[in-house]
Design a protein around this ligand. Structure first.
Ligand code: NAD
Length: 261
């Protein structure tokens, strides 16, 4: 628990399920006010609202497509109208499309780019403008991936977007450091969420993924949420521009695990 988070207001994009849902719940436990964005799953968003309220926080669910300017504006408006302020903005929404790159359609490339890359820009821009206008020491967290570092054949649009999130995060962290606005990324490894449900339902694929993790297990969304709470809190007050990998060691070149090479 981080005492300074109590009563602060956060926007979480893509909060109806998976990692976003877990962050909402954790922020509820911290006594925060949370705007839970969803795109197409109102039931999931309502369950996240209930989780936040059960843990002692306050929450509202807001439908918005975060790849649009109107969408992110409606999330900021909801924070101000319902809770009077904005302190933390989490660009969590994301998606991936698998395709050999020589067959990847322009539509598919544009869709992944719009959500995973442009959505992060639009969310960050509106939060930065708000923090600047109100002279606030705001906090932005961008959900990247181990694939900001590890190439991922047949997911080129996703890896390209996450690589972009990394340098975008570092660049705006530097640009707004003097304003005391901190910007960091989180790089999850393999986490048990709906994005992986189909893959992990197949035992062979599940086992293959576990083999890529030195800690020998898939991560839980709550373990990512714990990192988000730390980055949002004053306990990380001198941290900006990093990617906090929460990956059980996946980025440590596990092919060398037993001294090979
Ligand atoms: P998820 O599919 O459970 O959740 C993603 C959320 O984003 C969903 O609620 C979805 O509706 C929302 N979303 C998608 N497009 C949107 C749009 N246009 N507007 C608003 N919301 C939209 O996946 P997750 O695993 O919880 O992923 C959350 C983030 O973590 C993503 O950015 C993902 O790339 C990243 N990540 C996940 C893993 C993992 O193993 N689960 C690993 C690395 C990175």
């Amino acid at each position: 628990m981080y005492e300074d988070l109590k009563g602060k207001t956060a926007v979480i994009t893509g909060g109806s399920k998976g990692i976003g849902h877990a962050i909402a719940e954790r922020f509820g436990q911290e006594g925060m006010n949370v705007v839970i964005n969803y795109n197409s799953d109102p039931a999931g968003a309502e369950s996240a609202v209930a989780s936040v309220e059960n843990k002692g926080g306050h929450a509202v669910a807001v439908q918005a497509d975060i790849s649009t300017e109107l969408g992110v504006q409606s999330l900021l408006d909801a924070a101000v109208e319902n809770f009077g302020d904005l302190d933390v903005w989490i660009n969590n929404a994301g998606m991936e499309i698998k395709s050999p790159t020589h067959e990847l359609s322009l539509d598919a490339w544009n869709k992944v780019t719009a959500i995973d890359q442009t959505g992060v820009f639009l969310g960050s821009r509106i939060a930065l403008a708000y923090f600047k206008k109100h002279g606030k020491a705001g906090n932005i967290i961008n959900m990247s991936s181990v694939h900001e570092r590890i190439p991922w054949p047949t997911f080129a649009s996703y890896a390209a977007a996450k690589g972009s999130v990394k340098l975008f995060t570092q660049t705006i962290a530097m640009e707004y450091a003097k304003d005391n606005i901190r910007v960091n990324a989180i790089g999850p490894g393999a986490i048990n969420t709906p994005i992986n449900a189909q893959k992990f339902a197949d035992k062979a694929q599940y086992d293959q993924t576990v083999k890529m993790v030195p800690m020998d297990r898939i991560g839980d969304p709550e373990e990512v949420a714990a990192g988000a709470a730390w980055l949002a809190s004053n306990e990380s007050s001198y941290v900006t521009g990093i990617t906090l990998f929460i990956d059980g060691g996946m980025t440590l070149y596990p092919a060398f695990k037993d001294g090979q090479g």
